[in-house]
Design a protein around this ligand. Structure first.
Ligand SMILES: Cc1cc2nc3c(=O)[nH]c(=O)nc-3n(C[C@H](O)[C@H](O)[C@H](O)COP(=O)(O)OP(=O)(O)OC[C@H]3O[C@@H](n4cnc5c(N)ncnc54)[C@H](O)[C@@H]3O)c2cc1C
Length: 455
């Protein structure tokens, strides 16, 4: 019988999970993620507890079946998709908040907890989990950890990597270990927690994650400014940093993104503007008041129109606009090649100018927006089927410029399947060799997301 070992494995998985093992057409929604690649898995497992994850990984090793852990499937690089005849382990049913320790400011969660679910849970306790990818309302903590997710608050609070204290990891064969301890300082093992963060499902499957928390800021204030020169927001950010301010977020919206927003919203303020800046301050009341006076002074001195929001509800409504950019891009082209490059902040204007030059050359819309406070631009090249080659060429040119400016092609979305070509160019042969040896130590049969991350 063809695929005999797979059939045997399926039988074992079925007796373990019953209806929580999906096969054939039941797997449809797991055949794609935000990369829009389409791959059918052999099966999708929906475990409800770690003991089941252990058993799944024993079966995977026994039958040498590739495994892809999956959160919400918002990966833009294809990293949450199955491999040929592979099993997807979906963590949507392992979404419990297990333990909150208010005194230690630590929380332990299962990987399927959605980022927003955790934020909402913590609020009444006056606590705060800062990492906030634009997908925070639907992406999971497991996915956020496995991709080292960042977000607008990175400028002041760092990214996911700054908040993980311990991960419970299951390896193929069902071996389980902890990467750290649930304490705030540790210096005994190699930093295995760091190794797992950004590993994109290639080193281990997470079943519990312990996170560090902060007290909820007392006050927030959001400035949204409208600029007639596209690069002007970048100068404003530099001016603020040089004055010693660290805004919580500094998000740049470029002219092509505004074009997309205008087409969707039909609001004139997007039509007559070359760029926008979302600048949020937070902290103690007095501190926010003092810093906001500096922001207002700089914006007024440059005659830049702006409005500011202080009420939580108003602030969130305005942020929704920023989050709408990604879905709005569809009006500029059927397909997009998305990049999340990082350059030193001082080189952002140069990169923006290069992007505009390339946009003219290829005559395709190129959006260049995002976490300007971190030097992290989301550069999305929009195209239709017939322009695929041109879009690829534009991407190559942009990434080459990023490397020339001393940057990297990914600050948060990772490598996945779709960017391994660039990883091979960016990493040295020695780095790749070390990565392969690390992978072998955790996953000797190359079963965990085998075609992802490593060039
Ligand atoms: C509209 C939109 C906006 C976005 N904005 C941002 C942004 O601002 N910042 C940012 O960083 N990203 C952003 N992303 C990308 C994406 O949301 C993040 O990469 C997110 O962290 C993925 O989480 P997920 O739950 O969807 O994981 P998935 O997409 O399901 O998986 C991502 C990776 O994590 C691995 N993984 C998932 N669960 C586990 C587990 N339990 N154990 C081990 N590995 C696991 C998967 O194998 C895969 O490699 C955006 C995506 C979209 C669609």
């Amino acid at each position: 019988m063809k695929n005999f070992p797979s059939q045997q494995a399926l039988r074992k998985l079925k007796s373990l999970l019953g209806k929580r093992l999906l096969t054939q057409e039941e797997c449809l929604v797991y055949t794609y993620d935000s990369s829009l690649r389409g791959i059918w898995p052999l099966a999708v497992a929906l475990p409800e507890k770690k003991e089941e994850v252990i058993e799944i990984l024993k079966i995977a090793e026994d039958f040498k079946i590739p495994v892809t852990p999956r959160g919400a499937g918002t990966s833009t690089t294809g990293s949450s998709l199955s491999h040929k005849n592979g099993i997807v382990i979906s963590f949507t049913r392992m979404n419990r908040i297990l333990e909150l320790n208010q005194e230690e400011r630590i929380v332990k969660v299962e990987p399927g907890v959605v980022n927003k679910q955790l934020k909402d849970f913590l609020k009444p306790y006056g606590l705060f989990y800062p990492p906030d990818p634009a997908s925070y309302a639907f992406s999971t903590i497991g996915g956020n950890v496995a991709t080292a997710a960042g977000g607008p608050r990175g400028l002041k609070y760092g990214t996911t990597k700054d908040y993980v204290l311990d991960i419970e990891v299951v390896l193929p064969g069902g071996r389980l270990f902890h990467t750290g301890r649930p304490v705030l300082k540790q210096a005994v093992n190699y930093n295995l927690t760091s190794l797992m963060i950004g590993s994109e499902g290639t080193l281990g499957v997470f079943t519990e994650i312990t996170l560090k928390l902060l007290p909820l800021p007392e006050k927030r204030m959001l400035f949204v400014s409208f600029h007639q020169l596209e690069e002007e927001p970048l100068s404003v950010i530099s001016a603020l940093l040089l004055k010693g301010l660290t805004p919580c977020c500094a998000e740049f919206v470029d002219k092509t993104s505004l074009k997309a927003l205008y087409k969707v919203k039909k609001d004139k303020k997007f039509k007559n503007t070359q760029a926008m800046l979302f600048l949020e301050l937070d902290g103690r009341k007095e501190e926010v008041k003092k810093d906001s006076e500096i922001v207002e002074k700089i914006l007024n001195s440059l005659k830049i129109p702006f409005f500011k929001a202080e009420e939580e509800k108003h602030i969130e409504e305005l942020w929704e606009l920023r989050r709408e950019i990604s879905p709005a891009t569809k009006v500029l082209g059927k397909f997009k090649i998305s990049n999340d490059v990082v350059v030193p902040r001082s080189q952002m204007k140069t990169l923006l100018k290069t992007v505009r030059k390339i946009e003219e050359e290829v005559r395709l819309p190129i959006l260049c927006f995002g976490h300007a406070g971190d030097g992290n631009f989301h550069i999305n090249i929009m195209h239709n089927e017939e322009d695929k080659g041109l879009a690829e060429l534009a991407r190559k040119k942009i990434i080459q410029k990023v490397w020339k400016l001393g940057g990297t092609f990914s600050g948060e979305h990772g490598v996945g399947y779709t960017k391994r070509f660039f990883a091979k160019k960016e990493l040295s042969p020695l780095e790749i060799e070390i990565m392969k040896k690390i992978k072998q130590a955790f996953d000797p049969f190359n079963l965990l997301n085998p075609e992802v991350k490593i060039p």
